[in-house]
Design a protein around this ligand. Structure first.
Ligand SMILES: Nc1ncnc2c1ncn2[C@@H]1O[C@H](COP(=O)(O)OP(=O)(O)O)[C@@H](O)[C@H]1O
Ligand SMILES: [Mg+2]
Length: 298
């Protein structure tokens, strides 16, 4: 199946910057929807105060198979909540979330969620290789003994994945011996080694310096392109969302908490380039258009 638009030269076609649509209407899609959120609301009970916090209200969203979608919004507007709903790790208080056409009642094996503070999710007493192997080990425990991978197979697959994220030489080191950017590559390798169909990433690059961040963005794009997976990426950074995505879903807080969503298709040529793409007038126009979509309107 062809999942992507054809590549065009960076100096290629002009883009249509009028492509903002309310949710729920048909827009250019890379593939059929793989994840669908329908009229979903989510509130949290705050037991100590005897109240509840409305995190999301009446959200509709479709994630196209093979697409790169960013969920963009200010802190506290419900991005992580929406991502957790997509992962099947949280259930909506109202409405539904479907994966591959079926209503989610738990996290599907093919959908891997990378937590916001994922460098902290690496186990410091395990080597890099053994951290990468964690997901495979968990899967193995759920399988019949005859279906399980051998230790050698697990090792080979983890080594291959470390090579793919640009870390062939650190397998026997410990996470705390690596830089923040390298730890994030390890976390990515740990997710990818399970061969997910969908990767959900919650503000993965927000804690690293600008150059490392650019490199990690390009790694995420390379992995996405090479493996043909679907990525949903949470960020509060407008430029990052525009640079990476086919589509940006802007979440805007209203009354301080409930989010409204609007989508904008990013028709910038691929492959993207940290300098050339960000200098394009269309790139600047997208960021100008998105700013009021994420600003608090009270
Ligand atoms: N487990 C929780 N219990 C209570 N309130 C929560 C919980 N998680 C998030 N919230 C609240 O829900 C709202 C949305 O949070 P979140 O989805 O984390 O936003 P974001 O990721 O955009 O910063 C915020 O008001 C937050 O305080
Ligand atoms: Mg968050």
């Amino acid at each position: 199946m062809k999942l992507r638009r054809p590549l065009r030269a960076l100096t290629g076609d002009r883009v249509n910057l009028g492509a903002v649509r309310p949710m729920g209407t048909a827009v250019h899609a890379v593939g059929d929807p793989i994840l669908e959120v329908e009229s979903a609301a989510k509130w949290y009970a705050v037991k100590s105060a005897g109240t509840r916090t409305m995190a999301l209200g009446d959200v509709d969203l479709e994630i196209a198979k093979g697409s790169f979608t960013s969920l963009l919004g200010a802190s506290g507007c419900g991005k992580s909540t929406l991502l957790l709903l997509l992962a099947g790790l949280l259930r909506p208080s109202l409405g539904s979330v479907r994966y591959a056409g079926r209503t989610l009642d738990g996290p599907p094996a093919e959908v891997i969620y990378i937590f916001q503070q994922y460098t902290k999710s690496l186990l410091p007493w395990r080597t890099v290789l053994k951290n990468v192997a964690l997901g495979l080990e968990a899967r193995s425990r759920r399988q019949e003994p005859s279906d399980r991978m051998s230790r050698a197979e697990v090792r080979d697959r983890c080594m291959e994945q470390l090579y793919h994220v640009g870390l062939p030489d650190v397998a026997e080191q410990y996470p705390w011996q690596l830089s923040g950017g390298m730890q994030q590559r390890v976390a990515l390798a740990r997710a990818l080694v399970c061969r997910p169909r969908v990767l959900l990433m919650d503000e993965p690059f927000s804690a690293v310096d600008a150059v490392t961040r650019g490199q990690l963005q390009d790694l995420a794009l390379a992995v996405w392109q090479e493996l043909g997976i679907t990525i949903v990426f949470v960020t509060h950074d407008i430029d990052e969302a525009v640079y990476l995505s086919d589509r940006v879903v802007a979440l805007r807080p209203v009354d301080g908490h409930v989010s409204r969503v609007s989508t904008i298709d990013i028709d910038l040529p691929r492959p993207r380039d940290q300098i050339a793409t960000r200098e394009m007038s269309e790139f600047l126009a997208y960021r100008r258009m998105l700013y009021p979509m994420v600003a608090d309107v009270g």
